[in-house]
Write a protein that binds this ligand. Structure first.
Ligand SMILES: *Cc1c(COP(=O)(O)O)cnc(C)c1O
Length: 454
């Protein structure tokens, strides 16, 4: 199978190439050229264990990988999860279910894609013989999940920049207490934007990029999207024929990667009633779905920090479908948006999507009311999914993080502080972090001195 860029100015590439590149050379995002029809295939997939389903699904796209190697990579990726079902479904009521996506090593749904990405990189290195240097900037969750997915991978060295003193103490421990020799958390003086800018500059230095085999793990990577489609399918199969066609998936949303991964299944013949895009007070997408205006927001830090975004980078993938695959128009819209910071769509409507937005004041209230009504504790991101749900409709809410990652929120809401043995164990370890000037030459030298040369 081949993958095309949303901007239509790069050649189509195979799966491995799309994964290695992340962003297409023309600045677009990769999408499958054609979609497999799953409508009859899924009958054979009922009752499969999570890793088996994941393999069957990915195998349709990763046609350039040897099946047994892919299978091994998938099994290895989910062996690090602490729950036997990987993504268990919890019944809160007849009309409301939760799918827990926080049983991976860093207790957030990003582990689903990043554990796999680490193993795919390893496969690629053994094929090409070329080492990879992973560079990224993080304000918290992505860095922790990326590091965890890449610990000890042969030929991979990881450099993650984060603003010193500006990520939560637990998130910093998740990045700095791994004990791994191929991981370099760089605590920089400055903001997340400073870190991000430096990373972008290094990526635009093509000779450096080639020399060290630079690659990114951000949420626009195709492998991340496809790995995430799997748990929607897993949930859908478990719903049973009666509920399948009238359950709406509710997805706490930031960069639009997660909910888009679910929606892609509808392009493959899977009938799903709808998707609720649940945002926090950074409501770029909620405004888009209600008014048709996509406009740059200013990030306001919230109690659900992994959804604090200014633009939703994966929206370009949906745009490609809205514009019927017309990449000339995708380029027009994206460049107008870049120049003016906004774009107004006439008659913006995409079948099956609805949206909501939750303020920071509401988050603790929702956590308390869900706890009272169902005896179930949700994290601040998942809480955003419980706004304005029609009690007569069926919903499946994706729980994107474990509540123990955000202890302060529960104290302030007058609730007992949730705990997790994985996080407790981190407290006994010694953090290792590095300091570096947040300037491209300094970071470049640091990378050259420390990257793997196996
Ligand atoms: C990253 C993240 C989100 C947002 O997911 P997107 O794919 O960016 O929409 C939601 N909740 C948690 C806990 C996250 O880490």
């Amino acid at each position: 199978m081949r993958f095309v860029s949303t901007r239509g100015q790069s050649d189509p590439v195979g799966f491995s190439e799309a994964v290695a590149q992340g962003l297409a050379p023309d600045g677009g995002l990769y999408l499958p050229e054609v979609f497999p029809d799953l409508s009859t295939l899924v009958e054979q997939w009922e009752g499969l264990a999570y890793p088996e389903l994941c393999f069957e699904f990915l195998h349709l796209f990763a046609t350039d990988l040897q099946a047994d190697l892919l299978k091994r990579a998938v099994h290895q990726s989910y062996s690090t999860f602490s729950h036997p079902q990987i993504a268990p479904l919890v019944n809160l009521s007849e009309h409301c279910k939760v799918m827990e996506l926080f049983h991976g090593p860093t207790l957030a749904f990003k582990d689903f894609a990043l554990q796999l990405l680490g193993n795919l990189y390893e496969l690629q290195i053994s094929r090409s013989g070329q080492n990879l240097t992973i560079l990224g900037a993080t304000s918290g969750d992505t860095g922790a999940a990326a590091i965890s997915g890449l610990i000890g991978k042969r030929g991979v060295t990881v450099f993650i920049l984060y603003p010193d003193g500006k990520v939560s103490a637990l998130q910093e421990r998740q990045m700095t207490c791994t004990g791994a020799s191929n991981v370099f958390p760089l605590a920089i003086e400055g903001t997340f934007d400073d870190a991000q800018r430096t990373v972008k500059e290094l990526f635009s230095d093509l000779s450096f990029r080639e020399k060290v085999g630079l690659s990114a793990v951000n949420s626009i990577n195709l492998a991340r999207i496809l790995a995430q489609s799997v748990y929607y399918l897993y949930a859908w199969l478990q719903l049973g024929s009666k509920d399948r066609e009238d359950t709406t998936f509710v997805v706490p949303t930031g960069n639009f990667g997660n909910v888009f991964a679910g929606w892609l299944l509808t392009r493959m013949g899977i009938k799903i009633k709808g998707f609720r895009v649940a945002t926090n007070q950074n409501d770029v997408l909620h405004r888009l779905f209600h008014t048709g205006e996509y406009s740059l927001g200013k990030v306001i830090p919230s109690l659900a920090p992994s959804m604090d975004i200014q633009v939703a980078s994966n929206f370009e993938r949906l745009l490609f479908f809205i514009l019927d695959g017309d990449s000339v128009r995708v380029r027009e819209v994206m460049s107008r948006f870049r120049e003016e910071g906004r774009y107004c769509f006439e008659n913006f409507a995409v079948d099956g999507f609805s949206s909501s937005s939750v303020s920071d004041l509401e988050i603790p209230q929702i956590i308390r009311s869900v706890s009272q009504e169902y005896g179930y504790l949700v994290d601040p991101h998942t809480a955003c999914g419980f706004k304005d749900l029609d009690p007569d409709e069926k919903h499946l809410v994706l729980a994107t993080a474990h509540p123990a990652k955000f202890p302060e929120v529960y104290e302030n809401a007058g609730l007992e502080k949730p705990t997790s043995p994985i996080l407790e164990e981190l407290l006994s370890r010694t953090p290792v972090k590095y300091g570096c000037k947040v300037e491209p030459p300094a970071i470049r030298s640091f990378i050259e001195a420390n990257r793997s040369s196996i």
